[in-house]
Design a protein around this ligand. Structure first.
Ligand SMILES: Nc1ncnc2c1ncn2[C@@H]1O[C@H](COP(=O)(O)OP(=O)(O)OP(=O)(O)O)[C@@H](O)[C@H]1O
Length: 377
């Protein structure tokens, strides 16, 4: 078992509240990713779960037992660090075996466990080598092996791939996803890389300024961001944001005005008031080379041809910098050449003056609804 429950967890450094009453329920076997900008508190929260940092308030509960006052070794967790933390003078075998030697486990048991971990991580041929002879990815696997042999209830990963180059990171993402399937263990993984979060997580916890901005399945966060922060953070290139005026609400949704063009967006507008300035959110891939419910003309400044797609960074009305459109790879556009684009009302996101999303009413027919979890925080 590896259930984790965080109840109103707080952390103060002096008067500075770094973690602000985080509430989270992690199910046994879940792969949870903490993601957020630098300084939002991801590592602090992970270190509190590990027992490396004391908790200022609230409860950390693992399998029904409050562990706030237990030292790290008694919590049933194993942590893998960005720095690998390997002993350079020891062989791969001894590095993996290290925590078992500390426990004074019998030699034959140690051998069986290390060889089992080495098989899972494809390190069988490396067991006699020293870490200095290994690549970055192999070293990280040794560090993961050292966690595996402890058979923890919960694996904690603190940015484990950030020292690797892009190609190796992509490979290791796949390896870690396989490892999770194989071990069926609870894993909590910290990263600032939203691609890692989107591709590996069962649920993503987006942290902002020490609180949970949203927690949900990757596609739920993508298609139903709860607020402007999550909308801007999840998705690459970023969602485009435009100021619009609320003209009123109806059974169909919220009527908005963008520079004299009106459209009804199918969102729950019970909170919307006529005259308010709202924020319209449009994902780059939802800009069409066709007429839409709203239409804009952008002037591309930078054009990135990625092959399958062409990404145009553009100005809009001379105002919005870096307005971004993701278009078919075959399109023939040039910098400075005005480009008319359409937007369907059903594709739009809408946020109030406080940055909270109006819930979208559209049925997300293009998504397997089983992938959309429920918002848990
Ligand atoms: N020992 C400490 N003393 C005082 N402040 C600290 C300490 N450790 C962390 N902080 C502060 O707590 C906040 C959260 O830090 P934390 O390392 O958890 O952020 P993070 O989201 O993991 O950032 P990054 O992605 O840059 O690693 C930051 O503002 C940081 O300056």
């Amino acid at each position: 078992m590896g259930q984790l429950y965080l109840n109103k967890v707080q952390k103060f450094y002096g008067d500075f509240e770094v973690i602000k009453g985080v509430q989270l329920d992690v199910k046994d076997g879940e792969f949870i990713v903490f993601v957020g900008p630098s300084g939002c508190g991801k590592s602090t929260l992970l270190r509190m779960i590990a027992g490396l940092d004391a908790t200022s308030g609230g409860d950390i509960v693992i399998d029904g037992i409050r562990v706030n006052d237990l030292p790290p070794v008694k919590r049933g967790i194993a942590m893998v660090f960005q720095s690998y933390a390997l002993y350079p003078h020891m062989s791969v075998f001894e590095n993996i075996a290290f925590p078992l030697r500390v426990e004074k486990m019998a030699e034959d048991k140690i051998k069986a466990k290390v060889e089992h971990a080495a098989r899972i991580l494809h390190l069988e041929q490396r067991l006699e080598q020293k870490p200095g002879m290994l690549s970055g990815g192999q070293r990280q696997r040794v560090a993961i092996g050292r966690a595996i042999v402890r058979e923890p209830k919960i694996f904690l990963f603190d940015e484990p791939l950030s020292n690797l180059d892009a190609a190796l990171r992509a490979d290791m993402r796949i390896e870690l996803a396989k490892l999770h399937r194989q071990l069926k263990a609870t894993m909590i993984y910290v990263t600032h890389d939203q691609v890692e979060a989107m591709t590996m997580a069962d649920r993503i916890v987006v942290l902002n300024g020490g609180h949970i901005a949203q927690c949900g399945a990757p596609l739920e966060l993508y298609h139903k961001p709860a607020n402007l922060f999550v909308a801007g953070f999840i998705g690459n290139p970023k969602m485009n944001m435009l100021p619009v005026t609320c003209k009123g609400t109806s059974a169909e949704g919220v009527l908005i005005d963008y520079q004299g063009q009106t459209a009804t967006l199918p969102v729950d507008g019970t909170r919307a008031k006529a005259g308010e300035t709202l924020t319209l959110g449009i994902r780059p891939e939802h800009l069409l080379l066709d007429t839409g419910d709203l239409n804009v003309t952008v002037v591309p400044t930078v054009i990135e041809r990625l092959g399958a797609q062409t990404v145009a960074y553009a100005s809009l009305d001379g105002k919005a910098e870096n307005f971004c459109a993701m278009l078919p790879g075959t399109i023939g556009i040039r910098p400075e050449q005005p480009l008319p684009l359409g937007i369907k009302a059903a594709d739009c996101h809408l946020f109030d003056a406080d940055g909270q999303a109006f819930e979208r009413r559209v049925s997300l027919t293009d998504i397997d609804l089983n992938l959309l979890g429920t918002t848990a925080a």
